[in-house]
Each structure stands twice: as C-alpha cells, then as structure tokens.
Design a protein around this ligand. Structure first.
Ligand code: TMP
Length: 225
C-alpha cells in the first residue's frame, strides 16, 4: 500500500452499491475496484446475500427461482443470518486489516425489497438489524437510481443474453412493475434518511459519467473530505 494513504485507512473503509434491477451496479463495482486498486488501495469485493460459503448457501435459497416460497419475514431472517456471517467472517476482518470492502448490496436492499417492496414493517426490519448485526453500516453507499422500465428492460436483455436455459437467479426480477416502483421509492427514501452516507446517482446517464461521479465521491470520502 502506498504511504500517502489517509490515516483512516488504518481501519479500512466499507462501501456498498445499491439499486434496482438493471441499474448497472456490476459494471460500476468493477470500475471502482480497478480505480482504487490502481491507486494502491487494497480492495476486497463481495456481495449480498453471500460473501462466505454459509451466506452463499442462503443466497441460493433466496434468489433461485426454485429456492422456496418464503414470506417476507422469513426472507429478512435469512438475509440477516447471512449478513451476520458475512460481517463476522469477511467484512470486519478485512476492515481490521485496513482494506476497502466493496459490497454489492447491503441492509439498504433489505429495507427496499422486503420493507418497501414486500410490505414488511420497517421498524421490524430495523429491530432485527439491531439484534443481529448491531446496526453495522457501510461508511459510504451509492444508490444507482434508474426509471423502473428502463432498468427492467436492461436486466431482461442481460438475462436472455446469459442463456435463458442456464440463468435462474431471477426470482426477484420476475415480480411485477409496482413492486419495482416501491423498491425505487424505498431506496430514495432510505437515502434521504441517511444523507451523510448515501449518494443517489442517476444510473441512466452514460457509464463513463456515472463512474466518474462514483470515483470523485469515493476519493473525497477516503481522503476524509
Ligand atoms: P443481485 O441481483 O443484485 O445480485 O441481488 C440478488 C437479489 O436479492 C436481488 O433481486 C435483490 C435481492 N435482495 C433482497 O431482496 N434483499 C436483500 O437484502 C438483498 C441483499 C438482496
């Protein structure tokens, strides 16, 4: 690691990226990892649900088309079970080593999908968050916002490209448009309530402009601005 890294890097830095289907998260995460690695930061990339073997097993139950017909509360409990393992086994150890952890989705997705989307009371989710992970939160969150139809068109195009026969991680993509509208509103509302941490970015703009915005904010935050 280069010597001019900010002092805060002694304890690492935790970044999450959030957004609805087709918001371009994967591309932006890869670009952010490359940009930070080029500058000498030690970066760990991970995802939710998932990130450890146990949490990946839970992911299969939740996101596979035939993984089970869970009610919203069961989903939340499974998500926080996975998240608890993920934090303990991967995220905190990496942060303690001074690394930057970049996570594809985190608790904001649970508020959006299971809360706003599926209608589970937000205070129940927050209570489970408190009990299971002690409200552990990212230092910085990017919310990639896009019009629902544009996002779903992008996401459906990707799913059919990836071979309709093989790709079955689409249980959530298959829900109706109203669900995705509630989801979008959920992310925007969560961002409004967490202004210092969350940045809403327009995911319909060009990939290059979006990655520039992400880069500028991430570097400023890492430098303690
Ligand atoms: P991905 O498609 O971005 O990899 O995310 C997997 C799916 O899991 C996605 O459809 C959203 C869903 N999900 C939730 O419903 N709640 C959560 O807390 C998380 C992290 C993901």
């Amino acid at each position: 690691m280069s010597t001019d890294l900010p002092k805060s890097m002694d304890r690492g830095f935790f970044i999450s990226l959030e957004g609805g289907e087709g918001s371009g998260k994967t591309t932006q995460i890869n670009r952010l990892v490359d940009m930070l690695s080029e500058r000498g930061y030690d970066v760990v990339i991970t995802r939710e649900p998932g990130g450890t073997p146990e949490a990946e097993s839970i992911r299969n139950l939740l996101v596979q088309r035939d993984g089970g017909n869970w009610n919203a509360m069961a989903e939340v409990l499974l998500l926080f079970a996975a998240r608890s393992m993920h934090i303990e086994k991967l995220i905190k150890p990496a942060l303690n080593d001074g690394k930057i952890v970049i996570c594809d989705r985190f608790t904001d997705s649970t508020l959006a999908y299971q809360g706003f989307g599926r209608g589970l009371a937000l205070d129940k989710i927050k209570e489970i968050e408190r009990i299971s992970i002690n409200e552990f939160k990212p230092d910085l969150t990017f919310i990639l916002d896009i019009d629902v139809r544009t996002g779903l068109n992008r996401s459906n195009a990707r799913l059919s490209e990836e071979d309709a026969g093989e790709q079955t991680e689409d249980r959530f993509e298959r829900l109706d448009i109203e669900f995705h509208e509630r989801l979008r509103e959920g992310f925007l509302e969560t961002a409004r309530q967490n202004e210092g941490r969350c940045y809403i970015l327009n995911a319909a703009q060009s990939m290059d402009h979006l990655s520039d915005e992400i880069k500028n904010i991430a570097l400023a935050k890492l430098q303690g601005e």
